[in-house]
Design a protein around this ligand. Structure first.
Ligand code: GLU
Length: 282
């Protein structure tokens, strides 16, 4: 079976982009060029008849920039205020660029209890279903403005896998600042080997996740990505980690070409999303 060829037939795709891929590293300001390419690629996937969901980080760094807050150490309230400002700013920019392609996007902000509370989960599932059948591209983030430690997912790698599981997506793509999974940290070990296909997440794969990616902007290292891969694959979705340096990589992946690391779906009928989320701690 050619797993890459099978990507072409995926019907429902969740794509996650992190703060470091959306902002200029020197200033934290939005990188409009990259955002434009991202939106164009997403619209194109949508136009090919697939359901598309974007999980976008960036609320906190964009808010910090808007409010001229440079101090690295901030209280939770300051970070939450930044998220409130930054999320609105990000959505304004997304709306504007999506509108250029005549594409409607929407905002979905989630906390852990969106999943752990049965009624919330049921409603959120239905809302996603409705948005997708209306042709909308929902843009998801954690509701950082109100979420405190107890109700936080913590990072958007995990959140995107949870969303993929909730909406029965068949593909999750994590855009990152690294090509994919290596046998060791390629930034410190020149002999580290690139792994392009993972058919089973075993102990040796878990071990590889322990070498960090080194990005200082986003929250998720390789470890969180492998945990995300566990959620996604057990829920029945393939997951790909790919480098966001050139966001055009998205259509190359959708064409079935070999980019990034592909974790093949390995559906586990006993996997319970709610139990998983209940056990999440930061
Ligand atoms: N929700 C955070 C933000 O929008 C990002 C979390 C993450 O990147 O993992 O800034």
């Amino acid at each position: 079976m050619n797993f890459r060829e099978a990507i072409k037939d995926k019907k429902r795709v969740v794509i996650k982009i992190g703060s470091s891929s959306l902002t200029h590293p020197e200033t934290g300001g939005i990188d409009y060029n990259r955002l434009e390419v991202l939106v164009r690629e997403l619209c194109n996937i949508r136009n090919s008849g697939k359901d598309v969901v974007l999980v976008s980080s960036g609320a906190i760094p964009v808010g910090q920039r808007v409010l001229h807050i440079k101090d690295a150490k901030q209280s939770i309230a300051v970070k939450q205020a930044c998220a409130s400002v930054g999320q609105a700013r990000l959505m304004m920019v997304y709306q504007k660029i999506f509108a250029e392609y005549n594409q409607v996007c929407s905002q979905v902000l989630m906390t852990k209890d969106t999943i752990t509370n049965d009624l919330n989960r049921f409603n959120t599932h239905n809302t996603f279903q409705e948005l997708l059948s209306l042709g909308v591209i929902p843009i998801v983030n954690e509701n950082d403005t109100v979420s405190t430690f107890e109700i936080k997912f913590g990072d958007n790698d995990t959140l995107s896998a949870i969303v993929a599981s909730l909406i029965d997506a068949d593909l999750l793509i994590l855009l990152s600042d690294i090509d994919g999974l290596y046998s060791d940290n390629p930034r410190t070990n020149p002999d580290a080997e690139f792994i392009s296909l993972v058919e089973k997440i075993d102990d040796s794969i878990m071990e590889m996740g322990k070498s960090e990616t080194g990005s200082s902007v986003g929250t998720g290292g390789m470890n969180t990505k492998i945990h995300a891969a566990q959620i996604a694959t057990k829920s029945g979705a393939d997951m790909i980690i790919a480098n966001s340096e050139d966001i055009h990589i998205l259509h190359r992946i959708m064409d079935g070409r070999e980019f990034g690391t592909l974790f093949v779906a390995d559906k586990d009928e006993d996997f319970e999303l709610v139990d998983f989320v209940e056990k999440l701690t930061e």
